[in-house]
Design a protein. Structure first.
Length: 160
């Protein structure tokens, strides 16, 4: 969505369930968790650090996750035994949340306008290259306009 705030995809409880499930799979830092959620959604959704890091702090204080000692300057988290038990009892909920992200990715794939944007840019470049070519005149501009109008008519007739 452009120009406006999108409603949160997950409430705080859902986010914590998802984060815990991902941490149980493999120890991760906050940035990795954000990127993993973004990848699951096909790039359509990434939770903000402003919701992820407080959730991680809460989960750490609740004894569900613990900081892993490593050489990185980032805090990496792993699930505690209590966290693993919680993740096990929430496994169906976590699967449902992951399915919601996967559905976003599939929807995005269906309507991803990237190929159309690429084609429009190629058309624009071809039109301006042709019009800036030596010998370009009003007749050429009219021929180009006719070709674009024909393409428009073809697009309008495409069945969905």
């Amino acid at each position: 969505m452009h120009g406006g705030r999108r409603k949160r995809l997950f409430d705080q409880g859902d986010l914590q369930t998802l984060l815990l499930a991902l941490i149980v799979e493999a120890p991760r830092h906050g940035y990795d968790l954000i990127r993993e959620i973004e990848a699951l959604s096909g790039g359509d959704y990434a939770p903000s650090p402003g919701v992820v890091y407080p959730a991680l702090t809460y989960m750490e204080e609740s004894g569900l996750i613990a900081v892993v000692a490593d050489e990185s300057s980032r805090k990496s988290y792993e699930a505690t035994e209590e966290g693993r038990q919680q993740a096990e009892s929430d496994s169906e909920r976590a699967a449902s949340l992951k399915a919601r992200l996967t559905a976003l990715a599939q929807q995005r794939e269906k309507v991803d306008p990237a190929p159309v944007r690429r084609a429009m840019q190629a058309l624009k470049t071809a039109v301006f290259d042709r019009l800036n070519h030596e010998g370009a005149d009003r007749d050429l501009a009219l021929q180009i306009a006719d070709a674009i109008d024909e393409a428009t008519r073809k697009i309008e007739r495409i069945e969905t």
